[in-house]
Write a protein that binds this ligand. Structure first.
Ligand code: THU
Length: 135
């Protein structure tokens, strides 16, 4: 494991401590490294109106983009059983990953397991269209 990935995993694990998941009791932390090397973290934020819940990965993307950064280099996720990011999160990550083959998504579990996939492997057919915004 290279030091940059170690740092990203540590950030994801740290972010997980802030998960607000009283309904599912499934805490998730995510960390994104952007093209400039900056780290952006997020945790899942649930709501009594369940459908309003925000995943950790999308929380991290929202922080990154709303602070002026738009290019994802790599992602780490921490949850108890190594669950990979959901489809909604993969689509959201893909929006800011022009070369998904080069973006590693590292998922860690509580048993010490680490899985690594490219974003392209997890989301080979993200929706994109040049036609949006046209009449
Ligand atoms: N969750 C994430 O944070 N990321 C995912 O990719 C999948 C699921 C959260 C949403 C909810 O708070 C909890 O995990 C259980 O679904």
């Amino acid at each position: 494991m290279n030091p940059a990935d170690e740092e990203l995993i540590t950030a994801a694990r740290g972010a997980r401590r802030f998960a607000y998941a009283p309904y599912s009791r499934y805490d998730v932390g995510a960390a994104i490294r952007d093209a400039e090397g900056r780290l952006w973290t997020g945790a899942n934020v649930e709501n009594a109106s369940y459908g309003l819940s925000i995943c950790a990965e999308r929380a991290a993307v929202a922080k990154m983009v709303s602070e002026g950064s738009r290019h994802i280099a790599s992602v780490a996720v921490s949850n108890r059983d190594g669950g990979t990011p959901c489809g909604m999160c993969l689509q959201t990550l893909s929006e800011f990953a022009p070369d998904p083959e080069s973006v590693m998504v590292i998922v860690t579990d509580d048993a010490g397991g680490i899985s690594r996939h490219t974003l392209r492997d997890l989301m080979p057919f993200a929706f994109r269209s040049d036609g949006l915004g046209r009449d």
